[in-house]
Design a binder for this molecule. Structure first.
Ligand code: ADP
Ligand code: ZN
Ligand code: ZN
Length: 753
């Protein structure tokens, strides 16, 4: 007997409630309501979009009926659903919300009530369904053989006809592009029976107007060839095979990605490429479009909802073999996935900071394992965690130790800023800036400042206050005149002299790009100076304008923050000055050394990329710190060894697993009470479950108040993932906070703010 279609189904609904829902399927919809499709369902007093998970539990007594099935074909495959269930379970987030995150924005329908005027002039309430992107159509023209007695028109109409005669058919936009506005001529041609037009579905493609010249693969150097050979061998086994591709910028990593992907495609499989920044996508996309003739879809948050919806549908229909995108592309509906590339795997932007707080780099490994794919994590400065995984044999290691053009690494001078009364430019950097300006070279001044936390530093000996329990920098709270640890709430009163050397020149550090700009003007009044930070790049095109200014030689000295360290090529830059290497080192975060090492290494990569050899000067109050020492001597292995020893000793990842609980609300006292209530519950559950999880806090967040909301946090530290999940799941099931307090659970937090 054939199984009858389910009459009870389980439905996930995108709401912040940690459960799925059961509905009855009316007879007329029974065949259609299959897993992976959207359905319109009554939910409370609204109608909302839900996702069918499969047959439901018939035990429930009074069930509501679904109203409509919204899709002819499932939107998600069973394999994708399994992946999304994993995501929901791991990040402790409702499955319906995870599904909504994974699907393109604008696909969901919700009902809204609105007042409309009835025929008799009275006002009635009408329920309207809103949302849901439309499919875009375009007219495609085709020339016909001239009917008897009709002659070809002269003028623009005739030219269009000749143009159409030379091809199968042409979309309207292409004709317009060639002949300008020509609606009357086309209409006339149709009336004469010389052309036909048919509306056809088209995709909104941001790269549609561009023509890509074809390029050919480079002949690989020995290091690249060795890396590719291992990727090809792993790919051919069709088993999960994760690798770290470690190579400085310009070492040819992207070329390895391209050739590894070419091999995957030749086996009839598909490729997913994750990139960290929207701004970097066009360059990379063009490189892929020049290399491959197959379908390439691009997914990033810069797309309009319509473009995103179209790209998603192209992928779903199997019309794209390669998908390139920012973090959310990890959910791209690619089937037969052969390889996932995560470019710049160390980038913090792979972590989603709202809603489901997933980490796309970590999920690449999870998805790769489920899909039996090769996963290639590429970086010049891999995560400490990745390095550790290599050591433990969980990640294969591929290294490209040299730049393709064999440019030497720049010469780096480290300048000790201790005992110099906090001057912005110490003599070596001041002299180098003047010399470089005199010979017409461009300089980059880098300021790795993170503005949110103030900390105490001794200008004499470089001493910084740290928490004796957590090893992170203490943050100064003006109101209470104390220095606090943002992990465990340890605090001490503000000292008046340096606890290290008893010097009175101990002060709060903080130097903005504006002040540096003023000092450059004083030092070198004739220099053309520009600054690149959030203020100067906030307007549309501000970023590009400054980059163009540098490229065209209209800027002598560019001052900037993190932004200038990433990805941009500045071939004319011959001097890079790191004004203070310390700010990142002293953010209240256990990863501060890792971040500092990565940033300095990337800044060094900005120097000497053109033909002239580069020179780099790094000023620091902590010249002996291993992050700075190893970065300036290009000693990657040395840094990872010391950092892993530090993590082991202090009990941080990869030797422990973390979760952060963030509590916020507009009433400070209520939030504080809520945070204490949460911490008490955690302690109780810890006892009951005999959990090994360490509970730190509650403490005010480093950003204690943000956009009118007071913020508290609790940090959980566990020796194993399973401990962490058991405790947090139990907590999530039992916590009952006042409605004004919002709770966010962040598994594997990246920013502890
Ligand atoms: P990365 O991704 O590590 O920064 P790329 O792959 O972009 O490095 O390579 C840097 C430059 O060298 C690019 O212009 C690229 O086209 C070129 N290149 C890469 N591999 C080779 C090769 N084997 N032979 C010649 N040029 C190459
Ligand atoms: Zn001191
Ligand atoms: Zn502490």
């Amino acid at each position: 007997m054939p199984a009858s279609p389910p009459t009870i189904i389980e439905v996930a609904i995108p709401v912040r409630i940690d459960q799925t829902f059961t509905y009855r399927v009316p007879e007329r919809l029974a065949v259609q309501a299959s897993a992976g499709k959207r359905v319109l369902v009554p939910f409370g007093r609204r109608k909302v979009t839900g996702y069918v998970l499969g047959p439901g539990d018939a035990a429930a007594a009074e069930l509501k009926e679904i109203i409509e099935v919204l899709d002819a074909e499932p939107l998600i495959t069973p394999a994708e659903l399994a992946f999304l269930r994993w995501v929901a379970a791991y990040y402790l987030f409702p499955l319906g919300e995870v599904l909504k995150t994974a699907l393109p924005a604008g696909i969901n329908l919700t009902s809204r009530k609105r007042q409309v005027a009835a025929a008799d002039g009275s006002s009635v309430t009408e329920e309207v369904l809103a949302g849901g992107k439309r499919v875009k159509t375009e007219l495609f023209y085709r020339s016909l053989s001239a009917p008897a007695g009709v002659t070809q028109p002269r003028g623009r109409g005739g030219e269009i006809l000749t143009f159409l005669g030379g091809m199968e058919e042409a979309p309207a936009h292409l004709i317009r592009q060639r002949f300008g506005p020509c609606a009357p001529q086309l209409k006339r041609l149709r009336e004469l029976g010389l052309v036909t037009a048919a509306a056809r579905e088209v995709y909104r493609d941001p790269f549609r107007e561009e023509v890509f010249e074809h390029d050919t693969p480079h002949i690989l150097n020995d290091d690249q060839a060795a890396a590719l050979a291992r990727l090809v061998a792993a790919g051919d086994t069709a088993a999960f095979a994760p690798f770290l591709l470690h190579g400085v910028t310009g070492s040819g990593k992207t070329e390895v990605y391209l050739q590894a992907i070419a091999h995957v495609l030749s086996r009839g499989k598909t490729a997913l490429v994750l990139v960290p920044e929207i701004a970097l996508t066009p360059q990379l996309v063009r490189r892929f479009k020049r290399r491959f003739r197959c379908g390439i879809a691009v997914l990033h948050s810069g797309l309009s909802d319509g473009e995103r919806f179209d790209e998603w549908r192209r992928i779903r229909r199997g019309e794209a073999e390669i998908v390139i995108g920012a973090r959310s592309a990890i959910f791209a509906p690619l089937e037969r996935l052969g390889i996932i590339v995560v470019d710049e795997e160390h980038e913090g932007s792979y972590k989603q900071s709202e809603g489901v707080r997933y980490h796309a780099r970590d999920l690449a490994l999870v998805r790769g394992k489920m899909d039996k794919a090769v996963v290639l994590l590429g970086s010049a400065t891999p995560l400490v965690t990745s390095f550790h995984a290599v050591r433990e044999g969980r990640l294969g290691y591929l290294e490209l130790p040299r730049r393709v053009r064999d440019l030497p690494m720049p010469a780096v001078e480290l300048v000790d800023a201790r005992g110099k009364r906090g001057e912005t430019f110490l003599p070596p950097l001041a002299a180098a800036l003047a010399e470089n300006l005199a010979v017409g070279g461009q300089s980059l001044l880098f300021l790795n400042r993170r503005g949110f936390a103030t900390y105490l530093v001794c200008q004499e000996c470089g001493f910084v206050l740290r928490c004796p329990n957590c090893a992170v920098t203490l943050t100064y709270h003006r109101r209470r005149e104390r220095h606090f640890c943002h992990y465990c709430d340890y605090s001490i009163p503000a000292p008046s002299v340096c606890p290290g050397c008893e010097s009175p020149s101990i002060g709060l550090l903080g130097r903005g790009t504006e002040r540096v700009e003023e000092e450059v003007w004083e030092l070198l009044p004739e220099a053309r100076v520009s600054r690149m930070d959030r203020d100067t790049t906030s307007g549309k095109g501000g970023h590009a304008r400054i980059l163009r200014g540098v490229a065209e030689g209209r800027i002598d000295i560019l001052i900037g923050t993190q932004m200038i360290a990433k990805g941009h090529d500045f071939p004319g830059v011959t001097l890079v000055g790191v004004v203070s290497a310390d700010a990142t080192l002293n953010i209240p975060d256990f990863r501060s050394a890792e971040r500092t090492f990565q940033l300095i290494t990337q800044v060094l990569g900005r120097a000497g990329r053109g033909d002239a050899a580069g020179r780099v000067i790094v000023q620091s109050l902590a010249p002996d710190h291993y992050a700075i020492r190893h970065a300036v001597s290009h000693d990657v292995a040395g840094f990872y060894a010391e950092e892993l020893a530090f993590r082991r000793e202090t009990g941080y990842p990869p030797f422990a697993f973390l979760a952060a609980l963030h509590l916020s609300g507009t009433n400070g006292a209520v939030v504080e009470q809520g945070a204490e209530q949460a911490a008490r519950l955690l302690q109780q559950l810890k006892g009951r479950l005999r959990s090994r999880v360490e509970i730190l806090g509650p403490v005010t967040s480093p950003l204690g108040k943000l956009r009118g909301r007071f913020r508290w946090q609790i940090l959980l530290k566990a020796p194993a993932r399973s401990d962490l999940h058991r405790l947090v799941s139990a907590f999530r099931g039992a916590i009952d906070l006042p409605a004004q307090v919002r709770l966010v659970i962040d598994i594997d937090p990246v920013e502890m703010m």
